[in-house]
Structures are given as C-alpha cells and as structure tokens.
Design a protein around this ligand. Sequence first.
Ligand SMILES: [Zn+2]
Length: 321
Amino acid sequence: MFADRAITYTFVRILSFFTVTATPIMSYCTTFTEFQRYLGRSPRYYARRLALDILHILESPKYRGNFKQPRIHFLYIHHIFEDEIANFRKLVHELATSHTFITHSEAVQRIKDGTVDKPYLAWSSDDGIQNNLNAASVLEEVGASCCFYVNPFSINLTDERAIKQFCAEKLDMPPVPFLNWSEIEVLQKAGHEIGAHTYAHDRVSQLSLENFQEDFYKTDTILKQHCGPIQHFAYTYGTFNDCDAKAMDFVYDSGYASGTSAVRGCHPPTGYHAKEGRLLLRRDQIIGAWPISHSKYFISRSVRQMTRDNHYYPKTWTTDG
Ligand SMILES: [Zn+2]
C-alpha cells in the first residue's frame, strides 16, 4: 500500500517536473503595469506627466465649450489591458454625455457629405491585440462601435517565438496575444468594423511603391476572404513621414473609402471637397490607463486647433510624395 503510494507520488513528481520544464518560459504581458515596466519610466516620462497636469488645468475651462463643437473626432487605442478597463470605461461613459458615437464608416461619409451637425466621435484601434476585446465590450455598453485595424500576419499567430519577435521589432512592446479569426468574426457580428493595417506592420515609407502595392493587395485579399469587403486603411506608425501621397493614392484608387494617419487632430464641419485634395484622417490617441484629464486635454486641444486643412494630405506629401 505504502509502496504503491510512494510509486504514484514519485511518478507524479517526475511527470510534473517534465510538465513544468516543458511549459514554455514565455509569459504574455497582461497588465498595463507590466507594459510600462517594459518601456521603463525615464525622467522624461515624469516631466511629460507633470506638463500634462498643468496643461489640463489651463485648458479645462474650455472643455465644455470645445466638446460641444460640431465636428468628426476620431479617437484610437492600441490596447486595453485588464488594469486599464475601469479607467477606460470612465472616460468612454463621460465622453458619451457630450458626444454622439458613430461608426468609422459613418464618420468618413459625414466628412465627405458635409453632414456634421453635432459633435461626433468615432473609435478605432490599431494592431489587433487580443485585449481589444476588453475595449469592444466597454464601447458596446454605450452603443459605440470601433474599427479594428489589423495585420493578417499576427491574426491567429500562436508561435510564441514569432509573437515575441513581432512585438519587439514591429510594435515595441512585450509579447501579447493577438486576435484570432473567430474573435474577429464575433467583433464584426457585434457591429464593429475591420480595417487594413498592412500585412506585417511594415513602415510604408520604407517600402518601394511596388512592394507597398503587393503588401496592400495581399492584406486586402486575406481580410476580404474572412471579413468581407474592407473599406478603410490605416498606415503603420502614423506620422506624416511614415507614408506618402503615392501609396495613399493607390489605396483610394483600389476603392477604399478612407486612409488614416495617427496625427492628432479632428475634422471640422466646414466641407471637404474632393477637388481640393484627397482625404487623410487625423486621430487622437487614447491610452486607457492615462488620467482622464490628459485625454480630455488632447481632445480639447484638437478642437481648438482644427482647420479645414485637417481633411487633406499634409503639404509635405505634395512636394516630396
Ligand atoms: Zn500599428
């Protein structure tokens, strides 16, 4: 009897030793706190935080008036980790009291039609990180939808080494799980949209036009197979230096409804005219864990600074694009 138990015990110990050692060392980043630890907190981080606290105090008397301004305002995120949910929820619910949430497609159409009669917000998210499901459920609480810009390379990606490399090289973040096709289907069924964000998050400005066209075609083909027609494209990294007019013209010539940057700003009700140039969306980035005051400051500042030029490609694109 004792011998039996001793053998079983030893066997279990040996088995668990192998199970434990066989378990990959890989651990995904699941909290914003871990994510921040990966980035590190430099003196610059604290200086920026303090500066934003002060800017918020100076700007806050304008919030009420600015938030009432008719406009199309795109807000975008990358992730909503577990420890960001509560704060993100607070921000979304607060913005819902002063803004009307519309889909990305409706927002684009309203800019084109010039039907911007009140303050509209449209949400989007880049990179297809799995914790975007948290964002989706928070947005659904207020009837808002989101356009998820994804990279086919990372969808369904389970190879941990590949994930780690992709996150480090392309996204500058610790390894995180990505959405799979069935989760994307669930998002679409809940009323969210899917947009293209290049195949494997390459920098568009570093690709030849030919290579970009191939990349775009490949991305569009894969997304179309799973999600139906794709209407929107967000180029990676998002500054004006990361894309150019020729690449974006190709996106429109391929039948897409919009191309977007990640440059801060929003779109005024004063009409967009196709004759004056092609549309390039501006978006304000939101980090779920940020103090709500900081997000409100950026939103208010974009309202204060909005001009008709915000509808179009930047001037730099026409000279060197
Ligand atoms: Zn991205």
